[in-house]
Design a binder for this molecule. Sequence first.
Ligand code: NIG
Ligand code: FE
Length: 404
Amino acid sequence: MQAAMDCDTIWDNARLVTLASDADSLRVIAHGRIAAKAGRIVYAGPRDKAPALDASRHIDCADRLVTPGLIDCHTHLVYAGSRAVEWENRLAGASYEEIARAGGGILSTMNATRTASEAELVAQSRPRLEALVAEGVTTVEIKSGYGLELATERRMLTAARSLGKACNVSVRTTFLGAHALPPEYADRADDYIDLVAEEMLPQLADEGLVDAVDAFCEGIGFTPAQTERVFVAARRLGLPVKLHAEQLSNLHGAALAARHNALSADHLEHLDADGIAAMARSGTVATLLPGAFYFTREQKPPPVAALREAGVPIAIATDCNPGTSPLTSLLLAMNMGATLFRLTVAECLAATTRNAARALGLSDAGVLAPGKWADIAIWNLSEPAELVYRMGSNPLHARYRRGL
Ligand code: NIG
Ligand code: FE
């Protein structure tokens, strides 16, 4: 008789969507089983094809839909303060760019964040992370970028890491020093980029706080040449890059990011055909942020049909931030991806699992397959479409990160 496969936990009676390949995006395995040992999957598939298994912990999914834990691959959820009043002014007609140019916007959050202690940052940010976690999110990317000087950028990154531990969620930290020009560097953007690339980034990377490097390439952000200097510094340190690109205008940031083998280019409403071709060549993920599109009343959707045609992998994220997307529901972002951007249900699911993992450079998350983390979401649903269809309700039954 075959010896029982070594595992410690079995999830049984799952309506399993593994996302193990693109073709699996909507395939429901009706009588599915997952087995894991020490937080890693050893089997995921039909129960009747499973090897003999022996485990001390059995979890009955009772014919519920089971997917990989969701991944929010673009957030700015660590910050202090609120921009609700700025938003009221925008309702009265002021534009996001006008407010930024008048010293509000990102700089107003910078002021609040610079004066917050790490404990205050954690306390203010925790409800935002908890809201994501309550909807089945098991991995979150969190950016710095509201400090714009070393000590506060560091505090944002350490706050993000400690939130991950406190909330049982895998956190990937991205250094976004090139988010906006701080007032002490007014009219000296190149000097600020020197500081970001030559001092802040090497120091924070040396402290082990940086998983990836991002920048805001835009008229109200940084030029492509300045962005490229940040990318060169990142790659010298062996760190992957990503970019806020083509959000408000087309500065050809996506093509620049692709030339630096970026993990992702994000936003992309104003992306053109050359940018799409460059992303396809480099395998750069297109991370779409429908919450920001909605909240800024952007009129031009990203070129989804052309991205699809070119075979560019598409991710969706909340972009959770106080200015353009105060959104803490990845499920609502998926719904908006379908309704506002015309993504299919299969694309929306892949966009917050396997493709979101890729946008973070993670090879062991986002799919349910042997060797991957047992990051699992169990839903009070039976069909994948229901996950994308609903608005404002939370169908999560249970979630596990690394089996726990
Ligand atoms: O992703 N575009 C730049 N960064 C954020 C907004 C940050 C803010 O307004 O606080 C974004 O839209
Ligand atoms: Fe963003």
